[in-house]
Design a protein around this ligand. Structure first.
Ligand code: ADP
Ligand code: MG
Length: 253
């Protein structure tokens, strides 16, 4: 990892070992081997349908892998005795379509997880929610319902909601794909600020400039396989695989 002395042992946070995943007999992920270390920022890239979302869904246990082993935050996800509530509380997920609860105010969207799952006292959860809303730049929107917010504001609420759980790992699935360029920039600025706090982060994105600026490692997936990975600047300027090169030609414009 850039900036880290060689003698510091890196703690694995997400470890795919020969992971494959099939839906209805069709192999979607094929023999994935990938280790993400504590504090690392990974950009997961690839064409639509290549398996990026499926990888994120396997990491947080929304999908079970069909073969291979996946260990996340110290938990082997094929362990039948795994405490899923505890496990999931350690992983935040931010979706392209925000997935806020429409019938709850911004504040209640954020307070719900810490109170229900983490059993945090409501007053403390409310205080923390206000702090997080300030942090993501919408301190004045606590009592709004999601429908009254712009897309960029909704995504900032979704990020604040994830952070309220104090996750070890934050997964972001194309968090700016549903947003126009100004709103994308606004959300990317918030993600950059979150990334600077040292959380382990895996982000699916097509924002090349952002990737070269923020990510420690670029992982390029094609047809359910990791076909290229490494330093973002090196891959972006000199991709080794034909599929990576074609992808970059399309998304560089
Ligand atoms: N629940 C599902 N059942 C069947 N096929 C699925 C399911 N989820 C995803 N797929 C298929 O798996 C492939 C990879 O999907 P996905 O991981 O969403 O790709 P990406 O996020 O890279 O666009 C696609 O062909 C998709 O149609
Ligand atoms: Mg996807």
């Amino acid at each position: 990892m850039p900036g880290q002395p060689a003698h510091v042992e890196r703690a694995p946070m997400i470890c795919f070992s020969g992971v494959s995943k099939a839906y209805d007999g069709a192999w979607i992920l094929k023999q994935i081997d990938l280790t993400v270390y504590k504090g690392e920022k990974i950009a997961l890239m690839g064409y639509s349908g290549c398996g990026k979302t499926t990888m994120l869904r396997c990491i947080n246990g929304l999908e079970q892998c069909s073969t291979g082993q996946l260990v996340v935050n110290g938990a082997n996800l094929s362990n039948p005795d795994l405490d899923w509530n505890r496990f999931r509380a350690g992983i935040g997920m931010v979706f392209q379509q925000f997935n806020l609860f429409p019938h709850l105010t911004v504040l209640e969207n954020i307070v719900l997880g810490p109170v229900k799952v983490k059993k945090m006292a409501r007053a403390a959860a409310v205080e923390k929610a206000h702090q997080l809303l300030m942090q993501v730049g919408i301190g004045d929107k606590a009592d709004f319902y999601p429908e009254k917010l712009s897309g960029g504001q909704k995504q900032r609420v979704a990020i604040a909601r994830s952070l309220a759980m104090e996750p070890e790992i934050l997964l972001l699935d194309e968090p700016t794909s549903a947003l126009d360029p100004p709103m994308s920039r606004e959300v990317l600025a918030v993600i950059e600020q979150v990334a600077a706090q040292g959380m382990t982060l895996v982000m699916v994105t097509h924002e090349l400039r952002f990737v070269s600026h923020l990510a420690d490692r670029l992982v390029f997936v094609d047809g359910g396989r990791v076909v290229e990975e490494g330093c973002p600047a090196a891959i972006l300027s000199n991709p080794q695989q034909e599929s990576t090169r074609r992808y970059l030609e399309i998304f560089e414009q």
